[in-house]
Design a protein around this ligand. Structure first.
Ligand code: NI
Ligand code: MN
Length: 227
């Protein structure tokens, strides 16, 4: 799988020739000013919850690419009203097999109002299983015990994508425990440094993970890796 980081919690994973984009927030992210959203390929856009910093560019990219927006019932329905041509609604605990692999919508502890005040359902995360590999994207969340269900109910993870910026989500220490709960040996950190409340000490973060024998990967915005 090729993983590309677009800043904040936005990333794309290419699986079986399809591009899966998560939580697009680029134009309003000062740190991502070198990313041109016109250049982003997407067959699917997966949205964890309704907050602006996870959805801001979703409709533009869906319109540019024809991508299907995948999210909880309320967010998918909201996007249909906004004019999105293709949506797929899910809810917690459910999974669906797409042409690239299987997506399961799992619990997160957070909130989910949409920018216009509409109810954004309950926030979630995604577990992706495919012939090229498996991973968990936690979305915005606190550390919670349901993460322990992931290794019980899904194939072994190749990596997890976890928020590490604190204040609005887990911080570094809790995210290390989250990695242990979901049995991930590799973690890609997201949701840090974008604004004042979530600036982190990267060296400290890397060290906290190393001490537990888990690899933390912090990517430059725009960078791609094979994972
Ligand atoms: Ni949020
Ligand atoms: Mn957020």
């Amino acid at each position: 799988m090729e993983f590309t980081y677009y800043g904040h919690s936005c990333f794309s994973v290419e699986i079986n020739g399809k591009n899966i984009l998560f939580d697009p927030f680029i134009k309003n992210n000062e740190l991502a000013k070198n990313i041109d959203i016109q250049s982003i390929k997407a067959d699917y856009i997966l949205i964890s919850h309704g907050h602006f910093d996870h959805i801001a560019d979703a409709l533009d990219i869906a319109n540019n690419t024809g991508a299907t927006i995948v999210s909880n019932f309320e967010i998918a329905e909201w996007y249909t009203k906004q004019g999105a041509k293709s949506t797929h609604m899910m809810n917690h605990g459910g999974k669906w097999t797409f042409d690239f692999g299987t997506v399961k919508f799992v619990n997160a502890i957070h909130s989910s109002a949409l920018p216009d005040g509409s109810f954004g359902g309950n926030p979630g995360g995604f577990v992706i299983e495919s012939s090229e590999g498996n991973f968990y994207y936690a979305g915005d969340t606190a550390l919670h015990m349901d993460m322990k269900l992931i290794p019980m109910t899904s194939k072994a993870l190749d990596f997890a994508v976890l928020p590490i910026g604190d204040n609005f989500t887990m911080g570094i220490e809790d995210s290390v425990i989250a990695a242990e709960f979901c049995s991930a040996k590799k973690v890609i950190g997201v949701h840090y440094d974008t604004f004042g409340y979530i600036k982190i000490d990267k060296q400290k973060a890397l060290q906290s993970y190393t001490e537990k024998g888990i690899e933390l990967i912090l990517l430059e915005i725009g960078a791609s890796i094979n994972i």
